[in-house]
Write a protein that binds this ligand. Structure first.
Ligand SMILES: NC(=O)c1ccc[n+]([C@@H]2O[C@H](COP(=O)([O-])OP(=O)(O)OC[C@H]3O[C@@H](n4cnc5c(N)ncnc54)[C@H](OP(=O)(O)O)[C@@H]3O)[C@@H](O)[C@H]2O)c1
Length: 340
């Protein structure tokens, strides 16, 4: 098999394709011949040595794949063999062969391509947890989605619009026209405009009921201020920790300095009628039955044409560095994938 390794913390070029013997599925596992692997911003953080959950480098990153099962381990139903599937991998997904526990595998409907399949788990489970499970978004409400052009942002937009909510999104200016056609009602270029002021303007001073913020630091402070009464701030990432293609300790320190450690205390939350909650999908793997329930609901919405992943671009395994450059250069509208 071929795997893409993070060989050391550094620029995209540290990603290296290496060969290894095909793995054999253990008890309860199936083996998948991978047709597409999802790339996530967490992989960029991991490559820079900024992702605490990642096993020590050198490591094969990757949370999700789609492909076809070619072997089933002891205790696993042999009827799985030959089926097209989507799987959550929690590392090791940047590979053309993976072995995963069968409960982390979902049958891929015939109408869903391999590229679309690998775009689903991380982005849509995260958006679902943020908007439906914890954010409780309602039809009359307005949600502010940061990095709305990324994989999670587009998934969140589709779910929010289905619920009948209004979406304000932040993204680089070059993405605005495309995102408007995908249903984002108002767009803000958060690198040149003050999103707090713009949100107040758009909402007539009221603020928003839900915010999805994986930028972190100062952005969380501003977001908390611009929540309407009963508003909820969902925090789920720190992309502001990344300022370039190399790790920069000063950026990390600046992010920590700007993090509102004391603003969200129980007394201030109570008197402001606001809520703050966090999401880390990587720590939900132990809740596999709940995730499978979310998947059923998401597949139903897919069948109804309510959701559909937007694939930004796919790269060959030997172009993995370019895939990371593409994301860090803020060029993707939708999901970036690796294809063996
Ligand atoms: N906690 C969880 O479970 C979880 C799960 C999934 C994702 N996340 C987080 O959610 C965020 C979005 O993830 P994603 O997979 O949807 O993103 P993605 O598809 O990889 O898109 C990345 C986009 O983020 C924007 N961005 C914001 N800050 C950036 C920076 N410092 N450097 C480069 N790009 C930056 C850029 O677009 P614009 O500048 O145009 O906005 C870029 O195109 C990330 O912070 C990720 O870590 C968290």
């Amino acid at each position: 098999m071929r795997q893409i390794w993070i060989t050391r913390a550094g620029p995209p070029e540290v990603l290296t394709v290496k060969k290894a013997p095909d793995p054999e599925p253990k008890a309860g596992e199936v083996r998948i011949r991978v047709e597409a692997s999802g790339v996530n911003f967490a992989d960029v953080l991991g490559r820079l040595g900024l992702y605490p959950d990642l096993p020590p480098i050198p490591v094969v990153p990757g949370y999700e794949v789609s492909g076809r099962i070619d072997a089933a381990g002891p205790g696993t139903e042999s009827s799985w063999v030959g089926r097209d599937v989507i799987a959550m991998t929690r590392f090791g997904g940047y590979a053309d062969v993976v072995c995963v526990p069968a409960q982390q595998v979902f049958a891929r409907p015939p109408s869903v391509s391999a590229l679309e399949g690998a775009s689903l788990p991380v982005n849509y489970f995260t958006a679902w947890q943020l908007i439906v499970v914890m954010g409780g978004l309602k039809p009359t409400e307005t949600v502010l989605v940061h990095s709305v052009g990324g994989g999670v942002g587009i998934a969140a937009t589709q779910i929010a619009k289905h619920l009948g909510a209004r979406v304000i999104g932040t993204a680089s200016a070059a993405k605005h026209a495309g995102l408007r056609t995908m249903g984002v009602d108002y767009l803000i270029d958060y690198r040149t405009e003050d999103f707090e002021a713009r949100v107040r303007e758009i909402t007539g001073g009221r603020g928003v009921e839900l915010i999805l913020d994986a930028v972190g630091g100062e952005s969380w402070k501003k977001g908390y201020r611009v929540l309407a009464r009963t508003g909820r701030l969902g925090v789920f990432g720190v992309s502001a920790a990344v300022s370039g293609k190399q790790r920069n300790p000063m950026t990390m320190l600046s992010l920590l300095a700007k993090t509102p450690w004391f603003q969200f205390n129980p007394l201030s939350l109570m008197s402001a009628n606001k809520g703050v909650f966090g999401v880390n999908l990587g720590h939900m793997w132990g809740e596999i039955d709940r995730l499978r329930g979310w998947a059923d609901q998401l597949f139903d919405l897919w069948k109804q044409g309510v959701i559909a992943p937007k694939v930004a671009r796919s790269f060959r395994f030997d172009e993995a560095a370019q895939a990371h450059h593409f994301i860090q250069d803020r060029k993707n509208i939708g999901k970036v994938l690796l294809v063996p």
